[in-house]
Design a protein around this ligand. Sequence first.
Ligand code: MRU
Length: 361
Amino acid sequence: MIVGGESLRPLRPAPEGDALWVIDQRALPHRLHWQRLATPAAVCTAIREMWVRGAPLIGAVAAYGLALQMRADPSDAALSRSAAVLRQARPTAINLAWALDRMQARLRGEAPGRRAARAWAEAAAIAEDDVATNAAIGRHGLPLLQALAARRPGPVQVLTHCNAGWLATVDWGTATSPLYQAQAAGLPVHVWVDETRPRNQGASLTAWELGQAGVPHTLIADNAGGHLMQRGQVDLVIVGCDRVSARGDVCNKIGTYLKALAAHDNGVPFYVAMPLSTLDAGLHDGLAGIPIEERSGRELTHITGRHADGSVVEVQLAPEGTPAANPAFDVTPARLVSGLITERGIVAATEDALRGLGRLP
Ligand code: MRU
């Protein structure tokens, strides 16, 4: 994406092949800060501590982590050990395992002496594939917006949750890709941005992204979406996903399920932008089988923001010692999903439709 006249992606491989630069998303929206990751351990920390986040991005970054490992030690043992460690960095988004499996499949057949160069090239291919995938998701999603625009005057009102934008991918974003393509096509859209408690990816990241791109948007409290839908102020919901089961259940950032329920109750179409790398073909029932990340309660009891003097500070919200539970993802049953916007087109959230894409056994 173009930000301030500069073409930006959230990751930038060093030309020397010895490090990966990433945008540290913890600093946004107050500061655009880059981190240099030069070891697999640093990559693991960046994923686990959410310097980088979003399902496709953590897959691509992990691939570079394995490439850095191959530079240091290209042995079979190091390949297996490093892939296992990276895989554990975050449990829910399957793109992490998908990217590491792709890397390992490519590297196993290669002599150790050739693995470093091959790994770097494969990580770059994963990143470029993600860009093409997301551009295709945008192209397939755009007609949904065009159809809604044809129904009445004014901008199409889209609600999104969390950040499934370019910051969460290598470029374009998934849920945001149709929006950016609508903008490029001159189709007016307005986006309701869920703040997405507790980490506020909507308030900090999606609002920043859309603002930089000049896409009209309004930040709302997570609890406001249902009310806006009842008042006819939402035409369409588009969210991203972290793992989709074979029958079309969608795991995404906590709170997505409640938006799907409200959309269903109000007859608002609820679409999920889904790269096929997010499909867990071996899992049928998403409600039972997806590991849901439990994060620190401190994300609820405390909040970080910018002070008037420019300093970024953390303050406490809840009484000292309050117990807090923080499940980071939820699962929206397939029956609440109007369709999956994939790089191969829009399909129903059903096993048959996903099988039709050739992605199920
Ligand atoms: O915990 P996060 O910020 O990594 O969660 C991200 C999301 O839930 C995104 O919506 C999802 O990964 C899709 S990103 C294109």
